[in-house]
Design a protein around this ligand. Structure first.
Ligand SMILES: [Zn+2]
Ligand SMILES: [Zn+2]
Length: 209
């Protein structure tokens, strides 16, 4: 999708940088220093556990009153006072790939394997598109589901955003089926309480034929 967005800056430093924390490699394993997300008391960078998505205070910093602080990356981003991945039809990109609104983004780039659970909760509660973060009407809402009808990510998409995902997102391209939300009945399983780690799982049940 190179070139389909103009004037939108790439997120993160150049991806050919070397080193363990090289930008563009943020979905590798191991702890990751969040140099743009520093402790408000001692200014040390928070450390991201890439497996769990939890951001912790720098370890062994017992001189800081907040040394025990730990929270999901998305909560830390919400408190940071800046947003590298705002809502809007024009998506920021990484290596030419558009970044969905639900992907947490730090100065290092998008954290593709993590989800901004707070935004997922908002999308489920208010009918927002998972790709652009804008409202989707019931008539136009699309879903990306697996063969059993479970949504890969349980939130709606605009038709254009669903198309963008199926072209640019490897997971959607490989395992997703794009369907109109009104082509079946939607089961919404669970509660929306992202602050305690809970969002709904959606399943699109086909109408009997
Ligand atoms: Zn501190
Ligand atoms: Zn959209």
């Amino acid at each position: 999708m190179n070139g389909h967005r103009t004037g939108i800056p790439e997120v993160g430093a150049p991806s050919d940088a070397a080193g363990g924390n090289a930008p563009g490699m943020v979905d590798s394993s191991g702890p990751f220093a969040l140099t743009d997300l520093r402790c408000g008391a001692c200014a040390r960078p928070h450390v991201l556990d890439l497996g769990t998505g939890w951001a912790e205070h720098a370890p062994d910093a017992y001189d800081c009153p907040r040394w025990e602080s730990v929270m999901p990356l998305w909560q830390l981003l919400d408190r940071a006072g800046f947003d590298l991945n705002p809502s809007g039809a024009e998506r920021p990109t990484r290596n030419g790939r558009p970044i969905p609104w639900l992907t947490p983004v730090t100065a290092a780039g998008p954290h593709w394997r993590l989800i901004h659970r707070g935004r997922l909760g908002q999308a489920q509660r208010h009918g927002l598109c998972q790709v652009c973060g804008l409202s989707v009407t019931d008539d136009e809402a699309m879903l990306v589901v697996d063969t059993d009808g479970w949504c890969l990510t349980s939130a709606a998409l605009h038709p254009a955003c669903a198309k963008l995902s199926s072209v640019t997102c490897p997971v959607v391209a490989r395992t997703g089926i794009v369907r109109a939300a009104n082509s079946g009945s939607l089961r919404r399983d669970g509660e929306i309480a992202p602050e305690i780690g809970m969002t709904q799982r959606w399943q699109l049940l086909s109408h009997p034929r």
